[in-house]
Design a protein around this ligand. Structure first.
Ligand code: URA
Length: 207
């Protein structure tokens, strides 16, 4: 298990767009997409390969292709904002949706929806959620996927709180987490600070 925090000037610059409360919905969505796209290369570096034989215009040779299917699982609704970046680079990936919202009094995850592709168990699953705050929704999602029999799980998020990272890694030490920035902590409403506010509201323009 590993936590991988990105240290890249393009990601740092685009994170400023996400954090700035003056950023409008269009720029917020674009910056989120671009950060997620920059993260995909690193977050998929452990995808297994298999050898196949093909014929080039010159000769027959062995070469490599992805050995297993990829399933992207956005945690509804903010995780949807990262899906297109993954699909643009892994166009054959399936998308399974998981609906979990946070009870704003207890901060505990409340499940309401799941729809997974039939081959999810054989897949490499990449969970997307921009904000890893308490870690409750991510832990719930990993528990759910493991209960189905999924073995190979990666998490991609944009901003994480140290408390949430600790909770996820203690419960699921086998899962790799890729994160653009680790912030200072959680405020009394369990929002990440300095953070970017409510990611779902900012992606969908609902506030
Ligand atoms: N979810 C969000 O959208 N933002 C936070 O800061 C924490 C959880």
């Amino acid at each position: 298990m590993a936590i991988f925090e990105f240290n890249h000037p393009l990601i740092a610059h685009k994170l400023t767009n996400l954090r700035n409360k003056e950023t409008d919905t269009k720029l917020f969505r674009e910056s989120l997409y671009e950060i997620a796209a920059l993260m995909v290369y690193e977050a998929t570096k452990d995808l297994p390969l298999k050898e196949i034989e093909i014929t080039t215009p010159i000769m027959t040779t062995t070469t490599k292709v992805l050995a297993k299917p990829v399933t992207i699982v956005p945690i509804l609704r903010a995780g949807l904002g990262m899906v297109d970046a993954l699909l643009d680079l892994i166009p054959n990936a399936k998308v399974g949706h998981l609906g979990v919202y946070r009870n704003e009094e207890t901060f505990k995850p409340v499940y309401y929806y799941a729809k997974m592709p039939t081959n999810v168990v054989e897949s490499k699953v990449i969970i997307t959620d921009p904000m890893l705050a308490t870690g409750g929704s991510i832990i719930y999602t990993i528990d759910y996927l493991k209960s189905l029999g999924v073995k190979d799980i990666t998490v991609m998020c944009i901003i994480a709180a140290p408390e949430g990272l600790k909770a996820v890694t203690e419960k699921h030490p086998d899962v790799n987490i890729y994160v653009s920035a680790i912030d200072n902590g959680l405020n009394e409403h369990a929002y990440i600070y300095p953070g970017l506010g409510d990611a779902g509201d900012r992606i969908f323009g609902t506030k």
